[in-house]
Structure formats: structure tokens, C-alpha cells
Write a protein that binds this ligand. Structure first.
Ligand code: ZN
Length: 217
């Protein structure tokens, strides 16, 4: 198992728009194993390909811990997964979304708790999102599926990860008057330069995914 380096804002590759996956190869699935391990290692609820410097359209999420806690409303009926024939299937995590499309977004809401692995140590400001979301995607084998969500955390997470695929970052969603760009970059630098974090990163021996060649690109 390898871990990938998660790029921090304002790394230029975070801004690159992803292109669709057309080659669902074994190597792609092997990459996903390491990609998922990376999400868990850094305690993310989701991770999108551009965050490791890969300009492709896929992300992974895991809502298990959130669904088990009562911090957000009960998942009963608020999160439904359907197979390619529109038959409801059980949700299982981690869940891989390849070439996702947000086909419905209604019920506008404002949230101020969105976090991002590309913004460590940065406080969140208000973002405008939607509560009712329908997303269509392919899994790691290229099979189509869809999710209907009115679950607050899951719906916001889908919109956040989808933004990454278009190179859209949290500050683009925040009110420009609510933060200073320089402070955000300073907070991230403080995190990176913290001796404990440096030691931890050295031990993890992360791979810079964007410096390698993959057959699915
Ligand atoms: Zn993010």
C-alpha cells in the first residue's frame, strides 16, 4: 500500500479541470486502493483526484462514521443508492464516484463547517450549498449507479468534491469579504512547518502521484 501526497492550497494543480476516465483498468483500481488509503490516513470524509495532482474526474467518500454519529440527522431515507437499472441497493463505503454528474440540486442551504484536506488548519466560512442532491456516476468498474441524498453532510460533501473536479476551491465559494487570502496561506504554511507534522510526513513516505505515469490518464 502506498500513500499519496495531498496537495495544499494554493498548489497550481488543484486548479486544473479534470477530464473523464475512459480506461477502467486494473491499474486504475490499484491506484484507487492507494487513493482511498490516503483519504483514511489523513482523516478525510472525501478526496478528489485533483487533490493529489491528477486532473481526472473521480472522487471517493466515506460517510460511515457520520451516519453512525448523531451530529447530522439520521440517514434513514435521506441517502439512497440505486444501481444502473434504478433498483435501490445498500450503501457501502468507501464509495467511488467516477465521471460524476450532479443532475439535481435544490433546497438551498448555508453551511459554515466545510473542511478540506487541501486546507489544513484553516477555519471555514459560509458556503451556499443545496440539501437535495442527485448524483449519477460510474463505479471503479465503469458500472453506472446513482445516489439521492437529502442528508446534510453527504449532500454538501458531494458538492464539495465535485467542485474539486472543476478546480473550484473553498475560497471561491466564500464571501470575499469574510477572509484574507494571505491568512489562509499562512495558516497552511504554519501547519506544514509544525515539527510534529513534518516528522509525521517523513515517516509516511508519501508518493507524489502527479510525478508518476498512469495508464488511465
Ligand atoms: Zn476539498
Amino acid at each position: 500500500m502506498s500513500l499519496f501526497k495531498v496537495l495544499h492550497y494554493p498548489h497550481v494543480l488543484l486548479r486544473k479541470k479534470g477530464t473523464p476516465i475512459t480506461n477502467f483498468s486494473d491499474n486504475f483500481r490499484l491506484f484507487l486502493k492507494n487513493f482511498i488509503a490516503t483519504m483514511y490516513e489523513f482523516d478525510g470524509g472525501g478526496l478528489a483526484a485533483p487533490q493529489v495532482g491528477i486532473a481526472k474526474r473521480f472522487f471517493v467518500v466515506d460517510f460511515k462514521a457520520v451516519f453512525e454519529s448523531d451530529k447530522f440527522e439520521n440517514k434513514e431515507n435521506s441517502f439512497k443508492v440505486f444501481d444502473k437499472d434504478n433498483k435501490e441497493i445498500p450503501a457501502s463505503f468507501p464509495m467511488v464516484f467516477v465521471n460524476p454528474e450532479l443532475v439535481e440540486m435544490t433546497e438551498p442551504i448555508k453551511v459554515n463547517w466545510e473542511g478540506c484536506l487541501s486546507f489544513p488548519n484553516v477555519e471555514s466560512f459560509e458556503t451556499q450549498r443545496f440539501l437535495n442532491v442527485e448524483i449519477h456516476a460510474q463505479n471503479e468498474f465503469g458500472e453506472k449507479f446513482s445516489v439521492k441524498s437529502t442528508h446534510l453532510y453527504a449532500s454538501v460533501c458531494f458538492q464539495h468534491e465535485y467542485d474539486h473536479l472543476d478546480g473550484i476551491m473553498l475560497p471561491d465559494r466564500w464571501n470575499k469579504k469574510s477572509f484574507f487570502e494571505e491568512n489562509i496561506i499562512l495558516d497552511i504554511k504554519d501547519f506544514e512547518n509544525d515539527p510534529k507534522e513534518r516528522k509525521r510526513m517523513k515517516k509516511l513516505r508519501v508518493i507524489e502521484a502527479h510525478k508518476l505515469k498512469y495508464d488511465f490518464i
